[in-house]
Write a protein that binds this ligand. Structure first.
Ligand SMILES: Cc1cc2nc3c(=O)[nH]c(=O)nc-3n(C[C@H](O)[C@H](O)[C@H](O)COP(=O)(O)OP(=O)(O)OC[C@H]3O[C@@H](n4cnc5c(N)ncnc54)[C@H](O)[C@@H]3O)c2cc1C
Length: 469
């Protein structure tokens, strides 16, 4: 008998030689070990680790690599800025409808207009690299020192000013305008917003991004510059199990923000020079952890209202009253608002129901507000998967931490701030394992205020009594 071996007939011819090898990845969702066919190629060899398989890019990086940065908060913006300084192009994708910045949010309510920073309030700069950057922003008129008194306010109105060994900064017209300006002088960065990247797929040696089925381009490397549920979802079937595992370890607080405008100034304690405080960390009141006077801080209006205040709840209050942030039930909103206004009244030492009613309010829940644990490493980079993470949570809970993380992922500037992506590219990607970092670091709890860390802020031991009401 003669056996003839027939060549295998392909029903669909491969469009390129790279399509000839097919592998699969396991993705973790409802059915954790469901096998998914994947059009991977010789250039993107997938190797099984944990639940998902690890994507491994083996082909040399292109001569003119482009990085996709998913998230346009402080960390993502600085990653893009510092990649450009190393000659690497990037595209920043961000969900922001009104602008960039993420948790550096500023709300402008027309027609008055009322202006509120509803995320980050102010920041300090303790690291020399960040301080230099902030100095540059200050020269460009993007930030200014916040000279107003800030301190700690105890239940009943006892106010203790805080001194600061480093300057306190705010965005000149609020935090969001600063975020929107950070990339204004770049020429190697594209910004795409509003855009919500919903899928990352490794294919033919490149990362393919899409938004609800719509292709958003292909990139040599990706940077996840956001955290929380959204990042977990995006990473769950990405082929980056080590990165996904680190992200899943992150714990985040929830904080309510109440923006309130008043026709008359609030009766707040004054400092020794007779100036009312402009910001206070509130102690001993469950519903309030911070109150900040935007009108003094941003608008600098001396006379005439409305007077715009931002009140933040404690993380404990946020946790107990957590609801889906996109769909806050009206009864919850009303209860939270009233409880927070009562908290303000108690903090200021006012008699019950004597706080003037605000002429405008807006309530928001930051469902994923601030990290409560950290791996304490500037950034994470999986060189085999050509993917990195930056964000505040890697180092702390502040704008400075977010900035340093973005810079660290992009650049090399000092012992802490090591280079990953840019060095990896300039090395030609030849020995990727040398460039991986942070994939196995343990997490530690984070200390700080409910709204973050402010290195350089110290407490003065001088107590100032409340003003008679
Ligand atoms: C209530 C509150 C008060 C704070 N106060 C202060 C303060 O006074 N001082 C201080 O230093 N810090 C403060 N912080 C912390 C500070 O805001 C953060 O540390 C910092 O802004 C984090 O920056 P980031 O780039 O890591 O993340 P983010 O600012 O969260 O940026 C992530 C961005 O990614 C976007 N994104 C998410 N998923 C996707 C997707 N799939 N596709 C595209 N884009 C996506 C998000 O919309 C967001 O714009 C505060 C935070 C909160 C919540």
């Amino acid at each position: 008998m003669i056996l003839t071996i027939q060549p295998l007939k392909l029903t669909k011819p491969s469009p390129s030689p790279f399509h000839s090898i097919r592998t699969a990845i396991f993705c973790e969702k409802k059915a954790p070990f469901r096998r998914r066919k994947y059009n991977s190629s010789r250039r993107s060899v997938l190797k099984k680790t944990f639940i998902q398989e690890q994507v491994k890019f083996t082909a040399p990086v292109s001569d003119d690599p482009v990085v996709a940065i998913i998230g346009g908060g402080m960390s993502g913006l600085l990653c893009a800025l510092f990649l450009e300084k190393r000659g690497v192009r990037s595209t920043v994708f961000d969900t922001g409808v009104h602008g960039l910045g993420g948790r550096m949010g500023t709300r402008i309510i027309d027609p008055s207009p009322l202006v509120f920073d509803h995320g980050a309030q102010f920041f300090t700069a303790s690291d020399p690299v960040f301080a230099e950057l902030v100095h540059d922003w200050s020269l460009k008129g993007l930030v200014q020192e916040w000279m107003g008194t800030i301190g700690e306010l105890e239940l009943g109105g006892q106010f203790t000013p805080l001194s600061s060994s480093s300057s306190r900064y705010v965005g000149v017209n609020g935090m969001r305008p600063l975020a929107d300006s950070i990339l204004s002088q770049t020429h190697m960065v594209d910004v795409v917003r509003p855009s919500w990247i919903s899928k990352l797929e490794p294919f033919n040696g490149m990362w393919h991004l899409s938004e609800n089925g719509k292709p958003r381009g292909q990139f040599d490397a990706i940077v996840i510059a956001h955290n929380g549920k959204c990042a977990n979802r995006l990473l769950s079937a990405s082929g980056l199990p080590l990165i996904a595992r680190q992200m899943k370890r992150l714990e985040l607080s929830s904080i309510w923000a109440l923006l309130a405008a008043f026709d008359d100034p609030l009766p707040v304690p004054v400092d020794s020079s007779g100036s009312p405080f402009e910001g206070a960390f509130v102690k001993g009141i469950d519903s309030i952890s911070w109150m900040g006077d935007n009108t003094k801080k941003i608008s600098k209006a001396k006379d005439g209202g409305p007077y715009c205040w931002t009140f933040f709840s404690t993380a404990a209050f946020g946790k107990r009253n957590k609801v889906p942030q996109e769909n806050i039930p009206t009864v919850t909103a009303e209860r939270v608002k009233e409880t927070m206004l009562e908290g303000v009244e108690a903090a200021l030492g006012l008699s019950k129901s004597s706080l003037q009613r605000p002429c405008y309010t807006r309530l928001q829940l930051w469902g994923a507000a601030l990290p409560t644990n950290t791996p304490g490493i500037p950034c994470i980079f999986d060189s085999e998967g050509r993917a990195g993470i930056c964000g505040d949570w890697l180092l702390g809970s502040s704008l400075e931490a977010a900035a340093l993380s973005g810079i660290a992922l992009a650049n090399q500037a000092g012992p802490l701030i090591l280079s990953y992506i840019a060095d990896y590219f300039t090395s030609g990607g030849s020995s990727p394992e040398e460039f991986s970092v942070g994939l196995h670091n343990e997490f530690q709890p984070l200390e700080g205020h409910d709204i973050g860390q402010f290195p350089g802020l110290e407490s003065k031991e001088k107590i100032i009594e409340p003003q008679p009401v």
